[in-house]
Design a protein around this ligand. Sequence first.
Ligand code: GRF
Length: 209
Amino acid sequence: MVVCGLVEARVAVLASGTGTNLQALLDDDAVGPRVVLVVSDRREAGALRRASAAGVRAVHLDPGDHASRDAYDMALLDLLRRERIDLVCLAGFMRILSPPIVRAFEGRMLNVHPSLLPSFRGAHAPRDALAWGARVTGATVHFVDEEVDHGPIIAQEAVPVLEGDDEADLHARIQEVEHRLYPRAVRLWLEGRLVVEGRRVRIREGAVP
Ligand code: GRF
C-alpha cells in the first residue's frame, strides 16, 4: 500500500505541446501555486510560454544535447532533484521515460491520457478510437509505472464519440474533460487522499475536492 500526498509539495509539469493541461493545473487554486517548474523537450512548446507567463521556471531540455535517452533522462532526473520536486505531472510529454526516473518518482508521477485506459494506449488515442469505431472514449488520469499508459488509475470520465467527429473534434471534447479531471486528481494527491493498493487506487474521505 502506498499513500501519497504532501500539501506543500513542489510540483513539476513535463509537456511537449500547447500546454492546455498545464494551464488547467496553473489555474487551479490549490495546484497552481505548487507548480514551480515546467520542462519541455521542445523549444517551441506553448507550455514553456504559458509557464513563463505564469512566472514559473520554464526549462527547455533539448534531446539534441544528450547522447542517448538514458543520458537525457539522467539530466532530467538531476534537474528534478535539484529543484526538490515532490510530484511530477506529465501533460502531453511525448517521450517515454526510462525505468530509473519512473522508479525515483514511484507514487509521485501522474499522467493524463486521452482515452479510457486500457483502451487506446499510445500517442494517437483519439484517432485510434475513431478508427476502431468506438462509441465512447474518454480521459484517464493515472500513476506512471514502467509500462506506457499503464499505471493505477486515479480518475476516468467517458466522452461520447459523435456522428461526424473528426480527430480534432473528438480530442477537443476529451481535453475539456481532462482540464477538469487532472487538477482534481492532483488535488487529491496533494491532500494525501490517494491510497494505491496494487492496481487499485482508493480515494480516502475528505473535503469534497
Ligand atoms: C492531452 O490530450 C493529453 O491527454 C495527451 O497529450 C495532450 C496534451 O495536450 N497526453 P496539451 O498540450 O495539454 O494541450
